[in-house]
Design a protein around this ligand. Structure first.
Ligand SMILES: [Mn+2]
Length: 342
C-alpha cells in the first residue's frame, strides 16, 4: 500500500487523464459507503472530471435513510445503476472503490478489467478476495475509523471546499462506524470531525438519520435479549441466535453493538455481573442465508480473524460473515471452538 501522500498524487494524476470516474460503494451501502462515495465525487469534480456513483442494489435492500441520501443528492455527480454504467462506459474510465476492498462486494465485479485504473479507498482488512489492482492504487488502512474520515482527509489535503451537506454526509459515516463515538475514537478522527463541523456538518440532521422506529427497536431489543453468555479464555462473549425471524443486516449489526454494551447476570450466581468483551449475533437475512455480526472491545478477541475463518471479514473489533443456511450448524460449531481455543 502506498503512503497517503503518494496515493493522493497518483489518484489525481490518474483521474486527470481519465474520460470519467466511476465511484462504487459496497453492496448494501451504508452511511460510510455512501458518504465516502459522495466525498470522492466532490474530490473528482475538483479535478474537473465527471464523477458517477454506481449503486445497483434493489431499492428494498437499501436502508431507507441511505436511500433518502441517494434520492435527494444533487450536485456535480450523478447516481447511476449498472445498466446506465454499461451505456456510458469507455476503456479510459477510472474506478474508485469505497468502503470495501472485496471483489464480491461491488456490483461492477464483472467489469473490473475494463477500467484504465482501479483505486481502493477503505478501512477493512485485505484478504484473498481483495480486488486485483496496482499496489500503489490501494489505500486501505484499518487504523482509520471510517472511510469517510479517509475521504475527508483527501478533501482537506487538496484544499477542496465542500458544502455543509457534503460535510453532513461525511460526518454520518464517521458516526456510524464509530457507533456514535463509542469505538475507534482517536484524536485523528476527532480532528476530522472538528473540520467537518467547521464546514457546517449538521449534527441534528445526522441524529435524525439514525432514528429507528419503535417496531424496529423492539425487534432488535428482542434479538439482543436472546444473548447467552459464553466464557472463553479472554473473558465473556455474548452470543444471540435467532433461527425463526428474518432481519436486515443493519438490525443484526445494531444488535451486536448493543450486546457489547450490556452487562450480564451470571446464570449460576445472580449476584455476579459479567462484562462481555465480544459479541456475536446470528440470524437469517433471507431464506437462504444467515448473517453473523461480530464485535469486540480492546480486551476481546480479534473478530476479523474469526469471521475470516468462516468466510467473512472486517476489522479487528467489527466484522461480519454471510453463512448459507445449510452450513449454519457447522459454522456455529466452528465459532464456538475458535472462541474456546483463542
Ligand atoms: Mn466503513
Amino acid at each position: 500500500m502506498s503512503s497517503l501522500h503518494a496515493f493522493e498524487k497518483r489518484l489525481k494524476e490518474s483521474v486527470e487523464s481519465a474520460d470519467k470516474v466511476i465511484i462504487v460503494p459496497h453492496l448494501y451501502p451504508d452511511f460510510d459507503a455512501i458518504g465516502s462515495a459522495i466525498g470522492l465525487s466532490v474530490l473528482v469534480s475538483s479535478f474537473n472530471k465527471d464523477a458517477y456513483i454506481l449503486v445497483d442494489d434493489a431499492k428494498e435492500s437499501i436502508n431507507d435513510k441511505v436511500l433518502d441520501v441517494i434520492n435527494s443528492f444533487y450536485g456535480n455527480c450523478k447516481f447511476i445503476n449498472l445498466e446506465e454504467y454499461l451505456q456510458i462506459k469507455s476503456n479510459n474510465d477510472v474506478l474508485l472503490v469505497s468502503d470495501t476492498n472485496k471483489k464480491d462486494m461491488v456490483c461492477v465485479s464483472d467489469y473490473l478489467t475494463d477500467f484504465k485504473d482501479i483505486f481502493i479507498i477503505d478501512h477493512h482488512k485485505m484478504d484473498l478476495n481483495t480486488i486485483n489492482t496496482d499496489v500503489d492504487n490501494i489505500f486501505v488502512d484499518d487504523m482509520y475509523s471510517s472511510t469517510c474520515s479517509i475521504v475527508s482527509k483527501f478533501l482537506i489535503d487538496f484544499n477542496v471546499l465542500f458544502s455543509s451537506r457534503v460535510a453532513t454526509y461525511l460526518y454520518s459515516g464517521i458516526v456510524l462506524d464509530t457507533n456514535h463515538f463509542t469505538k475507534s475514537v482517536d484524536p485523528y478522527t476527532m480532528s476530522i470531525v472538528t473540520k467537518l463541523l467547521e464546514m457546517g456538518a449538521d449534527v441534528e440532521k445526522v441524529n435524525n438519520m439514525f432514528k429507528r422506529d419503535n417496531i424496529q427497536n423492539l425487534k432488535i431489543y428482542k434479538l439482543v435479549n436472546k444473548a447467552k453468555l459464553i466464557k472463553y479464555p479472554l473473558g465473556f462473549a455474548g452470543i444471540a441466535i435467532d433461527n425463526d425471524n428474518c432481519y436486515t443486516r443493519e438490525d443484526i449489526a445494531i444488535a451486536a453493538d448493543s450486546i457489547l454494551d450490556c452487562m450480564f447476570q451470571n446464570d449460576s450466581d445472580l449476584s455476579v455481573i459479567n462484562d462481555v468483551n465480544a459479541s456475536f449475533v446470528i440470524a437469517p437475512v433471507d431464506s437462504n442465508n444467515y448473517r453473523i455480526s461480530a464485535r469486540s472491545n480492546s480486551s476481546g478477541i480479534d473478530v476479523c480473524k474469526i469471521m475470516e475463518y468462516i468466510g467473512g471479514g472486517g476489522s479487528k473489533h467489527s466484522a461480519a460473515a454471510l453463512v448459507p443456511i445449510d452450513t449454519a450448524d457447522k459454522v456455529l460449531k466452528k465459532l464456538y471452538t475458535t472462541l474456546q481455543n483463542s
